[in-house]
Design a protein. Structure first.
Length: 585
């Protein structure tokens, strides 16, 4: 075996790892975050959690990705530690599907069916179909399918190339001596753990072992402990991911580690004890790809069956390792913005949306509280408005940064629209909280001066406030549900609020001329109504932005001009309804 064979082997390994990467990315992108959302919600029973963990991992082809996602769930407060255990165990089972797919490389036989099952037969077809879809398909889902097919073809081509070159190692004495050394169970476990820790994928390291076994010189005595070590090595990704996370997230990563350590010790103890008495004949045989897939699956299934009833013991071990030093703060909307979710942009967007909805709620709470202060000023409520405004600012900073990170990923058209929508809307929510502070300051000024509005002014403000409350409620619902039909009803109400703003000012001027009001109260009233009107403008911005992003982008001003024209009578119908509903006394 010369340097060119080595380079070809490394090239095959590179293709194998790259194919696995882009196939996993394609599968995750095609799921659109739905698989992760299922994991988040459906963990009510341990068995269901195991099945879900296995199913999701089998689809996205990475137990490390699933486990890191679970660490993120626990860190965000979305999932309890006890719920995470079953998913982690299931992920270990789900990752074995890759070894079964890769075992196709060892298929022998001259029949048409057997030839058809060989990767060398179907990989070129998959590559051709995949590349065609990637280049020419208009639909995003079809492009994702093309990425998956092309990734699978590259993976299999890399496996074939690597296996073909490594077969030449069969006659190299040093190669045989190396694997004789790995017959020592402890050395084998260390080797398997080290390889997997370096490439951070048990599926990939098992695939490399399957390629080496195609030389025919690697026995089951050497492969069994290596496979055990590979299951331990895959824990490194989750352990690294938990650095900087909260205590429960660290514990989730440790549960994964303890599960594999204890499972390996139990499996190897029983296996080698039985082998001492029964002398398994297959241990001296040459391992093949299918045999490795069987061992990999059996270990993870048996470990799960044995340890699932003792899942609480694993949790206690993790808690003993990472001890409490006080109460953790409660989860809030910002904890949803976990950096681990960025690996799966579609799911990260879903979490960002929840955080953005929480931000809207905070901003709107601040505004409602500030309106209460107009008639009944209270220092505690005023302080709460300031705190909510500060929190809204914090939301904008964190959400803006998180969304920009998501925006750097390769997103579908729909996901890009969602990121754009949120980036626009969080600015409007922040401005609404600023107006809440302005209203609070105006209410404080009125209270400190002991100024009282006339009964007529109070009645007019009550009508204005009712309209503001309705547009806030509608805007919140529109943003949360992305209801386009409801979004079209916000602009007519905003126009009515503009009209109310002018009418309230005119009525005040009439009272001023009659000596029924003062200039000082007029300034206070103008401050209030101006802030109300600007709040309505920001609500309109949210609705228009939603319509704009979902209608493939158009000019905002052009849209607003068009809907108020003669071609949109439904706008005038809604405007008249709101005009009648919010008529000043």
């Amino acid at each position: 075996m010369d340097i060119f064979n080595v380079l070809t082997s490394l090239g095959g390994l590179a293709l194998f790892l790259y194919g696995m990467h882009i196939m996993g990315d394609g599968l995750a992108k095609m799921s659109g975050g739905k698989l992760e959302a299922i994991l988040e919600k459906f963990t009510s029973s341990p068995i269901k959690a195991v099945l879900l963990g296995a199913g999701v991992t089998a689809v996205i082809q990475s137990s490390s990705a699933t486990t890191v996602m679970v660490v993120g769930f626990v860190n965000s407060g979305i999932m309890k530690l006890s719920q995470a255990v079953g998913i982690i165990m299931g992920a270990n089972i789900g990752t074995t599907i890759t070894s079964w797919i890769l075992s196709l490389t060892s298929i022998d036989g001259d029949s048409f069916v057997m030839q058809l099952l060989k990767p060398s037969s179907f990989s070129p077809v998959l590559a051709l179909v995949g590349v065609f879809l990637m280049l020419f398909a208009k639909n995003a889902k079809k492009k994702d399918i093309g990425t998956i097919l092309a990734g699978f073809a590259i993976l299999m081509t890399g496996m074939e190339t690597m296996s073909g070159e490594l077969k030449q190692l069969a006659d190299v004495p040093q190669f045989r001596d190396l694997f004789l050394m790995f017959k020592n169970p402890i050395l084998g476990v260390i080797a398997g753990a080290a390889l997997t820790a370096v490439i951070q994928s048990s599926s990939a390291s098992v695939g490399i072992l399957q390629a080496l076994c195609l030389t025919g010189k690697v026995s089951y005595a050497a492969t069994v402990p290596i496979i055990m070590g590979q299951n331990i090595g895959t824990c490194v990704t989750a352990l690294l991911s938990s650095a900087g996370a909260n205590k429960n997230a660290k514990r989730a990563a440790l549960v994964h580690f303890y599960f594999n350590i204890i499972g390996t010790v139990l499996f190897m103890s029983v296996f080698y004890l039985l082998n001492a008495f029964l002398h398994f004949s297959f241990m001296g045989d040459s391992a093949d790809a299918a045999g490795i897939a069987v061992i990999h699956s059996l270990f993870n299934i048996i470990a799960t069956v044995v340890l699932l009833p003792f899942r609480n013991v694993l949790v206690r071990l993790a808690v003993l390792t990472v001890r409490d030093d006080g109460e953790e703060e409660e989860a809030d909307g910002l904890k949803l913005l976990d950096g681990r979710f960025l690996e799966k942009p579609a799911f990260a967007i879903a979490q960002a949306k929840k955080a953005a909805v929480a931000m809207a709620d905070v901003a709107f709470q601040a505004l409602r509280l500030s309106i209460e202060l107009i008639d009944d000023y209270d220092k505690k409520k005023a302080k709460q408005v300031s705190e909510l405004e500060d929190l809204t600012d914090h939301y904008e900073d964190e959400l803006g940064t998180y969304l920009m990170k998501i925006g750097n990923a390769d997103l579908s058209v729909r996901d890009s629209q969602s990121v754009s929508l949120m980036l626009h809307c969080i600015g409007d929510f922040e401005r609404i909280s600023d107006h809440a502070c302005n209203i609070m300051e105006t209410a404080k000024e009125r209270n400190s001066k002991g100024a009282e509005f006339s009964d007529k002014a109070k009645e007019e403000l009550a009508v204005y406030e009712a309209a503001i409350h309705e547009i806030l409620d509608m805007t919140y619902q529109v943003f949360e549900t992305e209801d386009l039909a409801l979004a079209t009803q916000i602009e007519p109400l905003e126009e009515v609020i503009d009209t109310l703003n002018e009418e309230v000012k005119k009525k005040h001027i009439k009272r001023l001329r009659k000596g029924k009001c003062t200039i000082e109260l007029g300034v206070i009233l103008t401050d209030l109504t101006t802030n109300f009107e600007r709040v309505a403008d920001h609500c309109s911005n949210v609705a228009v932005c939603l319509i704009q992003t979902r209608a493939d982008g158009f000019e905002t001003h052009e849209y607003l001009d068009n809907i108020k024209g003669d071609d949109h009578p439904e706008f005038m119908v809604k405007y008249r309804q709101y005009r009648k509903k919010y008529k000043l006394p």
